[in-house]
Design a protein around this ligand. Structure first.
Ligand code: NOJ
Length: 569
């Protein structure tokens, strides 16, 4: 497979707010390509596929943890923050990844779990053995496991308490996640110093930023629920100040699975900024809800809520990632409905969510795959793709926990889907061989050979998005429609957005985005007095559409589960 370089849009390199118009791609090193035949993906493999990612239109990689780890939580259980798990590669190879990505105008953002470490980490080993020693106070120890009963359990499938007894120190330690992942004690200033050192270490290696894993959970208190406590925000502010001062242009992305206002708190304020970006957890499940309920109202409500965020801050939007499709941000009634639609087999559930990939969730329906991607690429914020979803990869619900959707990337119909030359039995996880998603036909090579494949479609929509800065930089106004199944919003960009000394030197633009979730063709009348007389044409093919009338009313007919992106002028 060879890929010619795509046309370069104005470079991201000089723009301190590059992340606002970047397309991100989450790539698990372990799952992408195995370059040395040991059955596990590695950095060499990822480097060998940078051309593919560039061809696809990816601007930034999000790389889940690659540190030394016992891999009991996909690497989010870090045993040493300053070394790379040998089966993934070396620090030199990591440097090479950064260099080669940068040569392609692509950024590298790594995951940084700071809330907790693995119990294998040297800090924890010393802490449990020597309470009076330098690491004695690095973790949250207690003589009782009854402290903070209001702090909820996150991994409900495996944990029944946030405390675990350590037989060596003969005390309980606090853990928000697995019981092999003790929480670091942020009350201890030495922990701050250690964490700052880790951050500097990776910034010095050239990374363009961090996804701050589990960031709401740093501090606990008797009064709060351990999520977004005031000192947690103070810590993030201090981290941001250090990053801005010493490493301008690098980005901090908050993983905060919370309601919009609480998530927005992780942006901080203009005077005291925290993260540059935060994932939009509330909008994601509502996309899936709309698909099956055929109603747009939940999306209308969440998108109409005005959550003010500081200038320069941006959302990260996503459909799926390496975790379960979390249903924490929906009501119990809607959660049950979604379990019924999307996780009818109990094996498909994990914690408070669904452990399936995008294409199986959507029953491999092409219209739904297009509709969801069209939303992903036009909502306010920067889109985050999950590796393999661009070819509609399947999952394997017979594997435990979230491994169901972390199987090897499917490159070709050859042995191990072209992921690895190892004996198939040696792979870290088996490749998907299901009836519908078998790697024999769901793979990059075969989709490259079909001009109408999902892969080509996704690449095209990415390039259309990137040609219109309004999607990355514009604001949003949700419009009224007379059809419950139809969502309409307008994205507006004033042009010449100036920030950090950079002028994009581009034109103002207005784009009307309309989505029908109905399972049959429908007509919808959209009302937008501000758009009276606006003429419309399709962003993909240039086709001319009916204009808004003089009262700002427009009637459109829509095919089953279809969408329009229309330039308005
Ligand atoms: C969030 C990560 O996304 C998830 O994969 C991990 O299990 C938890 N943090 C705990 O580390």
């Amino acid at each position: 497979m060879s890929f010619t370089a795509p046309i370069q849009l104005p470079g991201l390199s000089l723009d301190p707010q590059w992340y606002r118009r970047a397309v991100f791609y989450e790539v698990m090193v372990r799952s992408f390509v195995d370059s040395n035949g040991d059955g596990t993906g590695d950095l060499g493999g990822l480097i060998s596929k940078l051309d593919y990612l560039q061809w696809l239109g990816v601007d930034a990689l999000w790389v889940p943890p690659i540190f030394t780890s016992p891999l009991r939580d996909g690497g989010y259980d870090v045993a040493d923050y300053r070394s790379i798990l040998p089966e993934f590669g070396t620090l030199d190879e990591f440097r090479e990844l950064v260099t080669k990505a940068h040569e392609r105008n692509m950024r590298v953002v790594i995951d940084l779990p700071l809330n907790h470490t693995s119990d294998q980490h040297e800090w924890f080993q010393q802490s449990r053995q020597d309470p009076e020693g330098p690491y004695g106070d690095f973790y949250v120890w207690s003589d009782t496991d009854e402290k903070w009963p209001d702090i909820r359990i996150i991994f409900t499938d495996t944990e029944d308490s946030n405390w675990a007894f350590d037989p060596v120190r003969r005390q309980f330690f606090f853990h928000r996640f697995f019981s092999h992942q003790p929480d670091l004690n942020f009350e201890n200033p030495a922990v701050h110093e250690a964490v700052f050192d880790v951050v500097r270490f990776w910034l010095d290696l050239g990374v363009d930023g961090f996804r701050l894993d589990a960031i709401p959970y740093l501090y606990e208190s008797d009064e709060g629920n351990g999520e977004g406590e005031p000192p947690t925000h103070e810590f993030i502010k201090a981290l941001r100040a250090m990053v801005d001062k010493s490493y301008p242009g690098r980005v901090m992305i908050a993983e905060a699975n919370q309601w919009p206002r609480e998530v927005a708190a992780f942006f901080g304020s203009e005077e005291e900024p925290e993260c540059h970006m935060a994932f939009d957890f509330p909008v994601m499940p509502r996309i899936f809800y709309a698909l099956r309920s055929q109603r747009a109202d939940e999306l209308v409500a969440v998108l109409s809520e005005t959550t003010d965020i500081p200038p320069g801050a941006g959302w990260g939007v996503f459909l799926r990632n390496h975790d379960e499709l979390t249903l924490e941000m929906v009501s119990e009634e809607y959660r049950q409905a979604m379990y019924g639609w999307y996780a009818y087999d109990p094996r498909m559930r994990a914690n408070v969510g669904i452990r399936r990939r995008l294409a199986p969730l959507l029953d491999n329906a092409r219209a739904e795959l297009e509709l969801t991607h069209a939303l992903l690429f036009s909502l306010p914020g920067s889109p985050f793709l999950y590796y393999g979803d661009e070819i509609g990869m399947g999952d394997n619900i017979w594997l435990p926990d979230r491994d169901s959707s972390r199987t090897p990337m499917q490159w070709t119909p050859d042995r191990n889907a072209g992921f690895s030359a190892a004996d198939p039995g040696k792979l870290y996880l088996p490749v998907v061989q299901s009836l519908v998603f078998n790697y024999g036909h769901v793979n990059v090579e075969s989709q490259l050979a079909q001009s109408r494949s999902l892969l080509h479609w996704v690449r095209n929509v990415i390039h259309v998005r990137k040609a219109h800065l309004v999607f990355g930089l514009g604001d949003i106004e949700v419009l009224q429609t007379d059809n419950d199944s139809v969502l309409a919003f307008v994205r507006r960009y004033q042009g010449n957005d100036a920030h950090g000394g950079i002028h994009y030197n581009d034109q103002p633009e207005t784009v009307l985005c309309v989505f029908s979730f109905a399972h049959n063709p429908v007509a919808a009348t959209i009302t937008a007095p501000g758009m009276a007389g606006s003429r419309l044409y399709d962003l993909f093919g240039g086709g001319v559409f009916p204009s808004f009338d003089e009262n700002g009313s427009l009637t459109l007919t829509m095919g089953t589960q279809s969408f329009y992106w229309l330039h308005a002028g």
